[in-house]
Ligand binder design. Sequence first.
Ligand SMILES: Cc1cc2nc3c(=O)[nH]c(=O)nc-3n(C[C@H](O)[C@H](O)[C@H](O)COP(=O)(O)OP(=O)(O)OC[C@H]3O[C@@H](n4cnc5c(N)ncnc54)[C@H](O)[C@@H]3O)c2cc1C
Length: 306
Amino acid sequence: MHIRDILAQDHTTLSFEFFPPKGEADANVLFENITHLEELQPSFVSVTYGAGGSTRQLTHDLVARIKQTTTLAPVPHLTCVCHKAEEVDEILANYAKIGVSTILALGGDPPRNLPGYRREDDSFQHAADLVRFIRQFNESGRHPDPRGFGIGVAGFPEGHPGTPNRLLEIERLKAKVDEGADYIVTQLFFDNRDFYDFRERCELAGIRIPIIAGIMPVSTATGLKRMAELALGARFPAALLRAVQRCEGDTEAVKRVGIHWATEQCRDLLDHNVAGIHFYTLNKSDATRQIYQSLGLRDSLAVRRR
Ligand SMILES: Cc1cc2nc3c(=O)[nH]c(=O)nc-3n(C[C@H](O)[C@H](O)[C@H](O)COP(=O)(O)OP(=O)(O)OC[C@H]3O[C@@H](n4cnc5c(N)ncnc54)[C@H](O)[C@@H]3O)c2cc1C
Protein backbone atom coordinates (compact mmCIF):
# COMPACT_ATOMS: atom_id res chain seq x y z
CA MET A 1 0.00 0.00 0.00
CA HIS A 2 1.27 3.49 -0.87
CA ILE A 3 2.46 5.49 2.15
CA ARG A 4 0.01 8.28 1.30
CA ASP A 5 -2.85 5.81 1.64
CA ILE A 6 -1.43 4.49 4.94
CA LEU A 7 -1.01 8.00 6.33
CA ALA A 8 -4.53 8.95 5.24
CA GLN A 9 -6.06 5.76 6.61
CA ASP A 10 -4.30 5.45 9.98
CA HIS A 11 -5.05 7.81 12.83
CA THR A 12 -1.60 6.99 14.27
CA THR A 13 0.92 4.80 12.45
CA LEU A 14 2.96 2.27 14.39
CA SER A 15 6.00 0.93 12.55
CA PHE A 16 9.18 -1.07 13.14
CA GLU A 17 12.75 -0.75 11.91
CA PHE A 18 15.12 -3.62 11.12
CA PHE A 19 18.66 -3.81 9.82
CA PRO A 20 19.84 -6.45 7.33
CA PRO A 21 21.34 -9.45 9.14
CA LYS A 22 24.83 -10.52 8.07
CA GLY A 23 24.58 -14.31 8.16
CA GLU A 24 21.95 -17.01 7.82
CA ALA A 25 21.68 -17.67 11.57
CA ASP A 26 20.95 -13.99 12.27
CA ALA A 27 18.48 -13.92 9.39
CA ASN A 28 16.57 -16.86 10.86
CA VAL A 29 16.38 -15.19 14.28
CA LEU A 30 15.24 -11.98 12.65
CA PHE A 31 12.47 -13.75 10.73
CA GLU A 32 11.27 -15.41 13.89
CA ASN A 33 11.04 -11.95 15.45
CA ILE A 34 9.40 -10.52 12.35
CA THR A 35 6.74 -13.23 12.61
CA HIS A 36 6.01 -12.15 16.21
CA LEU A 37 5.96 -8.49 15.23
CA GLU A 38 3.73 -9.14 12.23
CA GLU A 39 1.03 -10.19 14.71
CA LEU A 40 1.09 -6.61 15.98
CA GLN A 41 -0.13 -5.43 12.55
CA PRO A 42 2.16 -2.42 12.10
CA SER A 43 1.40 0.21 9.46
CA PHE A 44 4.76 -0.52 7.80
CA VAL A 45 8.29 -1.69 8.58
CA SER A 46 11.58 -0.21 7.40
CA VAL A 47 15.01 -1.65 6.58
CA THR A 48 18.24 0.32 7.06
CA TYR A 49 20.94 0.80 4.42
CA GLY A 50 24.68 0.40 5.01
CA ALA A 51 27.55 2.64 4.05
CA GLY A 52 28.79 0.50 1.19
CA GLY A 53 29.73 -2.88 -0.22
CA SER A 54 27.81 -6.10 0.23
CA THR A 55 25.56 -4.86 3.07
CA ARG A 56 23.67 -2.79 0.51
CA GLN A 57 22.50 -5.83 -1.42
CA LEU A 58 21.38 -7.29 1.93
CA THR A 59 18.92 -4.41 2.32
CA HIS A 60 17.35 -5.25 -1.02
CA ASP A 61 17.28 -8.96 -0.17
CA LEU A 62 15.61 -8.41 3.20
CA VAL A 63 13.05 -6.03 1.69
CA ALA A 64 12.27 -8.58 -1.06
CA ARG A 65 11.93 -11.40 1.48
CA ILE A 66 9.60 -9.37 3.71
CA LYS A 67 7.53 -8.49 0.67
CA GLN A 68 7.33 -12.08 -0.55
CA THR A 69 6.81 -13.94 2.71
CA THR A 70 4.87 -11.60 5.02
CA THR A 71 1.89 -9.26 4.92
CA LEU A 72 4.10 -6.34 5.96
CA ALA A 73 4.79 -3.24 3.83
CA PRO A 74 8.60 -2.80 3.76
CA VAL A 75 10.17 0.66 3.33
CA PRO A 76 13.84 0.48 2.29
CA HIS A 77 16.22 3.19 3.44
CA LEU A 78 18.43 4.66 0.71
CA THR A 79 21.35 7.05 1.21
CA CYS A 80 23.37 9.49 -0.89
CA VAL A 81 26.83 8.38 0.25
CA CYS A 82 28.99 6.26 -2.08
CA HIS A 83 26.47 6.43 -4.92
CA LYS A 84 26.29 7.64 -8.48
CA ALA A 85 22.91 8.60 -9.91
CA GLU A 86 22.89 5.59 -12.29
CA GLU A 87 23.25 3.18 -9.37
CA VAL A 88 20.39 4.82 -7.50
CA ASP A 89 18.29 4.67 -10.65
CA GLU A 90 18.93 0.93 -10.90
CA ILE A 91 18.08 0.39 -7.22
CA LEU A 92 14.82 2.31 -7.64
CA ALA A 93 13.97 0.33 -10.78
CA ASN A 94 14.54 -2.94 -8.90
CA TYR A 95 12.34 -1.82 -6.00
CA ALA A 96 9.65 -0.68 -8.43
CA LYS A 97 9.75 -4.10 -10.10
CA ILE A 98 8.97 -5.92 -6.84
CA GLY A 99 6.24 -3.45 -5.90
CA VAL A 100 7.95 -1.54 -3.09
CA SER A 101 5.85 1.57 -2.58
CA THR A 102 7.93 3.86 -0.35
CA ILE A 103 11.59 4.84 0.12
CA LEU A 104 13.17 6.60 3.13
CA ALA A 105 15.60 9.04 1.47
CA LEU A 106 18.63 9.89 3.61
CA GLY A 107 21.93 11.68 3.46
CA GLY A 108 23.82 8.84 5.10
CA ASP A 109 27.06 9.23 7.00
CA PRO A 110 30.29 8.98 4.97
CA PRO A 111 32.12 5.70 5.67
CA ARG A 112 35.28 5.92 7.71
CA ASN A 113 38.50 4.50 6.31
CA LEU A 114 37.33 3.80 2.76
CA PRO A 115 40.49 4.29 0.68
CA GLY A 116 40.14 6.84 -2.12
CA TYR A 117 36.54 7.76 -1.22
CA ARG A 118 35.60 11.41 -1.60
CA ARG A 119 32.13 12.51 -0.58
CA GLU A 120 32.13 15.26 -3.20
CA ASP A 121 32.33 12.63 -5.98
CA ASP A 122 28.89 11.27 -5.03
CA SER A 123 26.03 12.39 -7.27
CA PHE A 124 23.90 13.60 -4.36
CA GLN A 125 25.29 15.76 -1.57
CA HIS A 126 22.14 16.07 0.53
CA ALA A 127 18.99 14.06 1.10
CA ALA A 128 16.99 16.81 -0.65
CA ASP A 129 18.87 15.94 -3.89
CA LEU A 130 17.91 12.29 -3.48
CA VAL A 131 14.27 13.20 -2.85
CA ARG A 132 14.30 15.24 -6.08
CA PHE A 133 15.85 12.33 -7.98
CA ILE A 134 13.20 9.90 -6.69
CA ARG A 135 10.48 12.35 -7.68
CA GLN A 136 12.00 12.53 -11.19
CA PHE A 137 12.04 8.72 -11.28
CA ASN A 138 8.35 8.81 -10.32
CA GLU A 139 7.62 11.19 -13.17
CA SER A 140 9.27 8.79 -15.63
CA GLY A 141 6.34 6.40 -15.12
CA ARG A 142 8.49 3.35 -14.36
CA HIS A 143 6.68 2.48 -11.13
CA PRO A 144 3.55 0.31 -11.29
CA ASP A 145 1.74 2.88 -9.11
CA PRO A 146 1.14 6.00 -11.24
CA ARG A 147 2.13 8.11 -8.18
CA GLY A 148 5.48 6.32 -8.05
CA PHE A 149 7.28 5.89 -4.74
CA GLY A 150 6.13 7.61 -1.59
CA ILE A 151 9.08 9.33 0.09
CA GLY A 152 10.06 9.66 3.75
CA VAL A 153 12.89 11.79 5.15
CA ALA A 154 14.74 12.07 8.46
CA GLY A 155 14.24 14.80 11.07
CA PHE A 156 16.25 15.57 14.20
CA PRO A 157 14.25 16.88 17.20
CA GLU A 158 17.48 17.83 18.99
CA GLY A 159 19.24 19.02 15.86
CA HIS A 160 21.60 17.34 13.42
CA PRO A 161 25.23 17.66 14.59
CA GLY A 162 26.27 18.85 11.10
CA THR A 163 24.19 22.03 11.40
CA PRO A 164 24.43 23.70 14.80
CA ASN A 165 22.34 26.60 13.44
CA ARG A 166 18.84 25.36 14.33
CA LEU A 167 17.01 27.90 12.17
CA LEU A 168 19.03 26.86 9.13
CA GLU A 169 18.46 23.22 9.93
CA ILE A 170 14.69 23.57 9.83
CA GLU A 171 15.00 25.45 6.51
CA ARG A 172 16.92 22.45 5.16
CA LEU A 173 14.29 20.07 6.43
CA LYS A 174 11.69 22.25 4.72
CA ALA A 175 13.72 21.94 1.48
CA LYS A 176 13.32 18.13 1.65
CA VAL A 177 9.59 18.53 2.15
CA ASP A 178 9.34 21.01 -0.71
CA GLU A 179 11.14 18.52 -2.96
CA GLY A 180 8.31 16.06 -2.35
CA ALA A 181 8.68 14.18 0.95
CA ASP A 182 5.45 12.66 2.27
CA TYR A 183 6.47 12.21 5.91
CA ILE A 184 9.30 12.69 8.41
CA VAL A 185 10.69 10.04 10.78
CA THR A 186 12.73 11.41 13.65
CA GLN A 187 15.98 10.42 15.24
CA LEU A 188 15.54 8.73 18.63
CA PHE A 189 14.99 10.99 21.62
CA PHE A 190 14.33 10.41 25.32
CA ASP A 191 12.53 13.57 26.34
CA ASN A 192 9.22 14.13 24.57
CA ARG A 193 9.48 17.88 25.11
CA ASP A 194 12.19 17.90 22.44
CA PHE A 195 9.82 16.21 20.02
CA TYR A 196 6.90 18.54 20.76
CA ASP A 197 9.10 21.59 20.36
CA PHE A 198 10.47 20.21 17.07
CA ARG A 199 6.91 19.60 15.87
CA GLU A 200 5.97 23.19 16.69
CA ARG A 201 9.08 24.57 14.96
CA CYS A 202 8.19 22.51 11.87
CA GLU A 203 4.67 23.93 12.00
CA LEU A 204 6.06 27.48 12.22
CA ALA A 205 8.31 26.76 9.22
CA GLY A 206 5.28 25.65 7.18
CA ILE A 207 6.09 21.93 7.29
CA ARG A 208 2.69 20.28 7.05
CA ILE A 209 3.46 16.57 6.58
CA PRO A 210 3.12 13.87 9.28
CA ILE A 211 6.02 13.66 11.74
CA ILE A 212 6.64 10.15 13.08
CA ALA A 213 8.49 9.85 16.39
CA GLY A 214 11.49 7.49 16.54
CA ILE A 215 11.64 5.50 19.78
CA MET A 216 14.44 3.20 20.92
CA PRO A 217 14.28 1.64 24.39
CA VAL A 218 17.56 1.44 26.26
CA SER A 219 18.36 -2.26 26.51
CA THR A 220 21.80 -2.41 28.13
CA ALA A 221 24.24 0.02 29.76
CA THR A 222 26.69 -0.47 26.87
CA GLY A 223 23.80 -0.08 24.42
CA LEU A 224 23.17 3.33 25.98
CA LYS A 225 26.73 4.38 25.07
CA ARG A 226 26.28 3.05 21.54
CA MET A 227 23.03 5.01 21.21
CA ALA A 228 24.83 8.18 22.29
CA GLU A 229 27.41 7.57 19.55
CA LEU A 230 24.78 6.73 16.96
CA ALA A 231 22.51 9.65 17.73
CA LEU A 232 25.15 12.32 18.26
CA GLY A 233 23.68 15.25 20.12
CA ALA A 234 20.80 13.27 21.70
CA ARG A 235 20.13 14.30 25.30
CA PHE A 236 20.10 11.64 27.97
CA PRO A 237 17.89 12.97 30.78
CA ALA A 238 19.36 12.73 34.29
CA ALA A 239 16.25 10.86 35.46
CA LEU A 240 16.91 8.12 32.88
CA LEU A 241 20.61 7.91 33.76
CA ARG A 242 19.76 7.72 37.46
CA ALA A 243 17.30 4.91 36.82
CA VAL A 244 19.95 2.98 34.84
CA GLN A 245 22.54 3.60 37.58
CA ARG A 246 20.18 2.22 40.24
CA CYS A 247 20.25 -1.12 38.39
CA GLU A 248 23.88 -1.54 39.50
CA GLY A 249 24.79 -3.60 36.44
CA ASP A 250 21.79 -5.97 36.61
CA THR A 251 21.16 -6.44 32.88
CA GLU A 252 17.54 -7.54 33.23
CA ALA A 253 16.81 -4.53 35.42
CA VAL A 254 18.32 -2.14 32.84
CA LYS A 255 16.11 -3.70 30.20
CA ARG A 256 13.01 -3.20 32.35
CA VAL A 257 13.97 0.42 33.03
CA GLY A 258 14.46 1.03 29.29
CA ILE A 259 11.13 -0.53 28.40
CA HIS A 260 9.33 1.39 31.15
CA TRP A 261 10.85 4.68 29.98
CA ALA A 262 9.97 4.03 26.32
CA THR A 263 6.43 2.95 27.28
CA GLU A 264 5.88 6.21 29.16
CA GLN A 265 7.21 8.14 26.15
CA CYS A 266 4.78 6.28 23.85
CA ARG A 267 1.80 6.78 26.18
CA ASP A 268 2.52 10.50 26.34
CA LEU A 269 3.04 10.74 22.55
CA LEU A 270 -0.31 9.01 21.94
CA ASP A 271 -1.95 11.43 24.39
CA HIS A 272 -0.41 14.30 22.40
CA ASN A 273 -1.83 13.12 19.09
CA VAL A 274 1.43 11.98 17.52
CA ALA A 275 1.14 11.10 13.81
CA GLY A 276 3.10 7.90 14.31
CA ILE A 277 5.62 6.01 16.42
CA HIS A 278 8.53 4.21 14.76
CA PHE A 279 10.26 1.60 16.93
CA TYR A 280 13.95 1.00 16.40
CA THR A 281 13.76 -2.72 17.20
CA LEU A 282 17.44 -3.71 16.78
CA ASN A 283 15.97 -6.81 15.11
CA LYS A 284 14.44 -8.02 18.38
CA SER A 285 10.78 -8.33 19.25
CA ASP A 286 10.64 -8.59 23.06
CA ALA A 287 10.94 -4.92 23.99
CA THR A 288 8.41 -3.76 21.39
CA ARG A 289 5.92 -6.44 22.43
CA GLN A 290 6.29 -5.54 26.09
CA ILE A 291 5.71 -1.87 25.29
CA TYR A 292 2.51 -2.83 23.45
CA GLN A 293 1.41 -4.92 26.43
CA SER A 294 2.03 -2.10 28.90
CA LEU A 295 0.12 0.29 26.65
CA GLY A 296 -2.76 -2.17 26.72
CA LEU A 297 -2.52 -2.78 22.98
CA ARG A 298 -3.22 -6.26 21.66
CA ASP A 299 -1.98 -5.01 18.29
CA SER A 300 -1.62 -1.74 16.40
CA LEU A 301 -5.21 -1.51 15.21
CA ALA A 302 -6.50 0.22 18.34
CA VAL A 303 -4.38 3.28 17.57
CA ARG A 304 -4.34 2.96 13.78
CA ARG A 305 -8.13 3.09 13.49
CA ARG A 306 -9.62 6.55 12.99
C1 LIG B 1 14.98 7.78 10.87
C2 LIG B 1 16.43 7.68 10.49
C3 LIG B 1 16.87 6.59 9.75
C4 LIG B 1 18.21 6.49 9.35
N1 LIG B 1 18.61 5.40 8.63
C5 LIG B 1 19.89 5.34 8.15
C6 LIG B 1 20.31 4.26 7.30
O1 LIG B 1 19.54 3.34 7.02
N2 LIG B 1 21.59 4.29 6.84
C7 LIG B 1 22.46 5.30 7.15
O2 LIG B 1 23.61 5.27 6.67
N3 LIG B 1 22.09 6.32 7.95
C8 LIG B 1 20.83 6.37 8.45
N4 LIG B 1 20.44 7.42 9.26
C9 LIG B 1 21.45 8.43 9.64
C10 LIG B 1 21.47 9.60 8.64
O3 LIG B 1 21.78 9.17 7.35
C11 LIG B 1 22.54 10.59 9.14
O4 LIG B 1 22.17 11.08 10.40
C12 LIG B 1 22.84 11.72 8.20
O5 LIG B 1 23.96 12.45 8.71
C13 LIG B 1 21.71 12.71 8.07
O6 LIG B 1 20.78 12.25 7.18
P1 LIG B 1 19.69 13.23 6.54
O7 LIG B 1 18.84 12.38 5.71
O8 LIG B 1 19.06 14.11 7.55
O9 LIG B 1 20.66 14.12 5.61
P2 LIG B 1 20.50 15.58 5.04
O10 LIG B 1 19.11 16.02 4.96
O11 LIG B 1 21.32 15.60 3.80
O12 LIG B 1 21.23 16.46 6.16
C14 LIG B 1 22.55 16.14 6.60
C15 LIG B 1 23.22 17.44 7.07
O13 LIG B 1 23.45 18.28 5.94
C16 LIG B 1 22.84 19.53 6.16
N5 LIG B 1 22.34 20.03 4.87
C17 LIG B 1 21.20 19.68 4.24
N6 LIG B 1 21.09 20.39 3.09
C18 LIG B 1 22.17 21.17 2.99
C19 LIG B 1 22.64 22.12 2.02
N7 LIG B 1 21.94 22.38 0.93
N8 LIG B 1 23.82 22.73 2.26
C20 LIG B 1 24.56 22.45 3.34
N9 LIG B 1 24.17 21.58 4.30
C21 LIG B 1 23.00 20.95 4.12
C22 LIG B 1 21.73 19.26 7.15
O14 LIG B 1 21.36 20.43 7.86
C23 LIG B 1 22.37 18.24 8.05
O15 LIG B 1 23.22 18.83 8.97
C24 LIG B 1 19.13 7.53 9.71
C25 LIG B 1 18.68 8.61 10.48
C26 LIG B 1 17.35 8.70 10.87
C27 LIG B 1 16.91 9.86 11.69
